[in-house]
Design a protein around this ligand. Structure first.
Ligand SMILES: [Zn+2]
Length: 264
């Protein structure tokens, strides 16, 4: 990625950010003219819409994202976030092999740099790797300025591509699914498609494996993209129960379930 492309992308991202912030300037202008009703109306209309577009993970108001498989006839995709993890990743890979499931691992760049052998192992066993930012700043990712946001995504892409040059990530998933008006511009400039999910059990915040599994079971259907996590206290248990669930569902979760170019 040359510096000219980066500069052009950041200019575009900053332009989008300025447009997004314009209503707030108008609010200030109305206030300065004493038009409090107009200011309040604009503020109460625009701000909630901006917050929904940013903080609701599957809201595609700011740009395109994949939320379900395009080839949904009998397929489901398992996605696993927040690895690699020195204990969980090997155990999860064995579970997936046992159930003949291929998954898409959204990896964190700095964790991948600490465990490059695990990243190579994921790819060697037929799974795909995706970009999940370099440091996973989950609480503030949506509020990062364009240059910092670029660095998070570009550094992760560089880290993963350095480890597996023949398998550069094609997909990006923002931490916690939060994204702002700049996220799409930056991921597209780096050759990445945003891929979210349609089914999750909230295993990132809960530890009740039975609840998590039942929630996934209730929502699973052809075309589903399922989200689970590594690096949680119940990561291996959730991987086992979810893999068993997918295997019993009759849905195809092998290599053919991994996103194809026409999903993009
Ligand atoms: Zn994450």
């Amino acid at each position: 990625m040359n510096s000219e492309t980066r500069a052009r992308c950041l200019r575009m991202a900053r332009g989008r950010l300025a447009c997004a912030l314009l209503p707030l300037l108008m609010v200030a202008w109305f206030v300065s003219r004493g038009q409090i009703f107009a200011a309040g109306l604009l503020f109460c209309t625009v701000l909630p819409l901006m917050m929904i577009g940013t903080l609701v993970p599957r809201c595609a108001w700011f740009g395109p994202m994949i939320k379900r498989l395009a080839h949904d006839t009998g397929h489901a995709l398992l996605t696993i976030d927040d690895g690699p993890h020195p204990e969980h990743t090997p155990a999860i890979l064995d579970i997936l092999d046992r159930h003949q499931i291929k998954a898409l691992f959204f990896l964190i760049g700095e964790r991948a740099a600490r465990h490059p052998e695990l990243v190579r192992e994921i790819v060697q066993r037929g799974h795909e790797i995706g970009n999940h930012t370099q440091t996973h700043p989950a609480a503030r990712f949506w509020a990062l300025p364009p240059a910092t946001l670029w660095r998070e995504v570009a550094d992760c892409q560089h880290t993963l591509t350095s480890i597996c040059p023949d398998h550069p990530p094609r997909f990006f998933r923002p931490p916690a699914g939060h994204h702002n008006v700049c996220t799409f511009v930056i991921s597209q400039a780096l050759g990445l498609k945003m891929l979210m999910w349609s089914v999750r059990g909230f295993d990132g915040v809960m530890q009740d494996v039975k609840f998590i599994t039942e929630r996934i079971r209730a929502r699973l259907k052809p075309g589903s993209i399922v989200l689970i996590h590594e690096a949680t206290p119940v990561a291996v248990e959730v991987a086992e129960s979810t893999a068993r669930l997918l295997a019993e569902s009759g849905l195809m979760c092998g290599a053919s379930a991994l996103p194809r170019s026409d999903d993009c």
